[in-house]
Ligand binder design. Structure first.
Ligand SMILES: Cc1cc2nc3c(=O)[nH]c(=O)nc-3n(C[C@H](O)[C@H](O)[C@H](O)COP(=O)(O)OP(=O)(O)OC[C@H]3O[C@@H](n4cnc5c(N)ncnc54)[C@H](O)[C@@H]3O)c2cc1C
Length: 289
């Protein structure tokens, strides 16, 4: 299948890209890794008149520590996340998450910015971003704004990005030392999207849950923050009863779409099971299990 015709633009700087997007209007789309956009264009689900390729823009790449945050350029690839010593040290949840995405070929081209901007509830970064309480820097002709991941994802393929705006950077607070982490994902085969997945960050104090963050992938029209499950755990030991209740609370917010990966009941049950497993794995990594 071939996409409809389009004009191709390859700016060398972010300023040039923002100006192009402003001038070209709503029929223009930015091209990052192309692993979601090009299939959609071939299927004619998307027919942009202009593609603005971000690949030449060096300032959109890279992973660096700035104070108590990690800043990641939107064009940083999944492969780069997976092999980043800085992330392995400071935000290992992101390394584990990147390892679950697609396959090495897709990870070599697919970008963190594209994964987030696409607004696909099956993508893994949205839930990772919710769990990490990340923020996104968005740049458009009107200027720059920073928005929280929580609230950014509005629906299937829908985010707070306005036409012409470019996601330039992802900002992730560095979890405190002793924070356990885990991303547990059920998928049918290598390269598949999640049937269901759960991201967890966890801190224990005196044998009880001190802080916990839980987010779900592919369990609804967007990534979901499992706030009820989080609240149910605070101040308690992470025993079987607590895990049961957290899984029950997580399942209660799920509204998955049935597809070849499973019907609604199966997907909801798997979201609960991934929550349970992620909590257990994160607990073991706190060093206080
Ligand atoms: C076989 C296969 C398996 C996959 N499995 C998984 C998986 O398991 N988990 C997962 O998370 N993903 C998976 N993906 C998707 C993959 O991670 C994509 O790379 C990702 O969804 C989009 O990133 P991209 O850089 O390719 O963006 P593109 O495809 O280039 O762009 C996607 C959309 O985002 C917009 N966009 C891109 N970058 C920006 C930006 N900086 N600012 C504003 N808008 C932007 C584009 O205009 C487009 O609308 C899979 C893809 C394939 C082909």
């Amino acid at each position: 299948m071939f996409p409809a015709g389009f004009d191709y633009h390859a700016p060398n700087s972010l300023a040039e890209a923002v100006q192009l997007m402003g001038n070209l209007g709503p029929d223009a789309k930015v091209l990052a890794g192309g692993h979601s956009l090009l299939p959609m264009m071939k299927l004619r689900f998307a027919q942009p008149s202009h593609l603005v390729d971000l690949r030449r823009i060096a300032e959109l790449r890279g992973i660096r520590q700035v104070g108590d945050e990690i800043h990641i350029g939107a064009m940083t690839t999944e492969h780069e996340l997976l092999h980043s010593p800085l992330l392995a040290d400071k935000v290992p949840l992101l390394v584990e998450g990147a390892g679950w995405i697609a396959d090495p070929q897709v990870r070599y081209k697919g970008t963190i910015g594209g994964d987030i901007s696409h607004g696909d509830p099956g993508n893994d970064h949205p839930a990772l971003m919710l769990a990490l309480d990340a923020s996104f820097v968005l740049r458009g002709a009107q200027g720059e704004r920073t928005v929280k991941a929580d609230g950014f994802f509005l629906g299937v393929y829908s985010t707070q990005l306005e036409p012409g705006e470019i996601l330039t950077q992802v900002r992730v607070p560095i979890p405190a030392p002793g924070t356990g982490w885990s991303y547990q994902k059920l998928k049918r085969k290598t390269g598949d999207f999640a049937t269901a997945a759960a991201a967890v960050l966890l801190q224990m104090k005196g044998g009880n849950v001190a802080t916990v963050s839980i987010a779900l992938t592919n369990a609804g029209p967007t990534a979901l923050k499992a706030s009820g499950a989080e609240a149910s755990l605070l101040g308690k030991p992470l025993d079987e009863a607590a895990l049961d209740e957290a899984a029950r609370q997580a399942m209660a917010i799920c509204e998955p779409t049935p597809d070849l990966r499973g019907d609604v009941a199966y997907k909801v049950a798997m979201a609960g099971e991934m929550t349970r497993r992620a909590l257990q794995a994160a607990h073991a990594r706190t060093g206080q299990a």
